[in-house]
Design a protein around this ligand. Structure first.
Ligand SMILES: [Zn+2]
Ligand SMILES: [Zn+2]
Length: 258
């Protein structure tokens, strides 16, 4: 079984935890060290229990808490070599382990495969976690779906998936024209529709949980993201549980069973 929870999920900060029987990993650390510690505590965990932190990319909303956290704890960090060159300055005393897109490694009893995403960062990735016969995908901050994402995440048991914006809300937002273009570009973020279309491509009746994440606070609303994804779930006749990750507080653990 794998257990998954988010500590925070939005353009203001992202951090999640995934646990197997004997391994606890955090994905991204984009909220303050204090909020990470308190969030983990609420989930019954302590930072000392983390076997490692994996990073998707170096944007502040994914790594802002790293500096303070690394001052307090001896951390094992997993990220690509290019992302490490940026993160190392924040955490000079941490142990870095490089992971390469398309390759897998074992961290404790979790098999971790990272894959390239399409985002305006130096070397952005998403993850596939596998343990005890359960497969869970983690995909955020990508402007489009790439073939390898479809291949790796087909038939998974659960997914945390970015559903960043609603195109109408984005176009009508007060945001700068260039920022709107960036978000909607192939190197920006996934819209509700893109997220739902991706689920149409990869999901089958094994899909237990779909957690929508990184919702824009100005250019999306949970009810829009949920309705769009529910359309795909209904169409595919899935019994998947669907929810939006809370923006600024931890969500209760989800169990993904074999
Ligand atoms: Zn982000
Ligand atoms: Zn980003």
């Amino acid at each position: 079984m794998l257990r998954f929870a988010t500590l925070a999920s939005s353009s203001k900060g992202n951090a999640s935890v995934i646990c197997s029987e004997s391994t606890t990993l955090m994905v991204d650390a984009g909220i303050s060290c204090l909020r990470i510690r308190k969030g983990l505590e609420q989930l019954g965990l302590h930072t000392k229990q983390l076997n490692g932190i994996l990073f998707t990319h170096e944007h502040g909303d994914h790594c802002n808490g790293l500096g303070q956290l690394a001052k307090r704890e001896q951390l094992q960090i997993y990220c690509t070599r290019h992302t490490a060159s940026d993160l190392r300055a924040k955490a000079p005393s941490a142990n870095f382990c490089y992971i390469e897109p398309s390759l897998s490694c074992m961290i404790g009893d979790i098999n971790v495969t990272c894959f390239t995403s399409s985002h305006d960062a130096c070397d952005p990735v998403g993850y596939l976690f596998e343990s005890g016969g359960v497969r869970f995908g983690y995909l955020t901050d990508t402007g489009r779906i790439l073939a390898e994402m479809r291949r790796l995440l087909k038939g998974i048991d659960g997914i945390y998936l970015e559903s960043n914006y609603d195109p109408n809300c984005l176009q009508n937002s007060q945001r700068d024209y260039r920022l709107i273009q960036r978000i909607a570009s192939n190197w920006g973020h996934l819209s509700n529709q893109q997220a739902a279309d991706f689920i149409r491509e990869i999901a089958d009746d094994k899909m237990q949980h779909i957690i929508l994440g990184h919702l824009s606070q100005d250019c999306n609303r949970p009810e829009l993201a949920l309705a769009c994804m529910q359309g795909a779930i209904t169409e595919l006749e899935l019994s998947s549980q669907l929810q939006c990750a809370p923006t600024a507080h931890p969500m209760p653990w989800l169990n993904i069973k074999p």
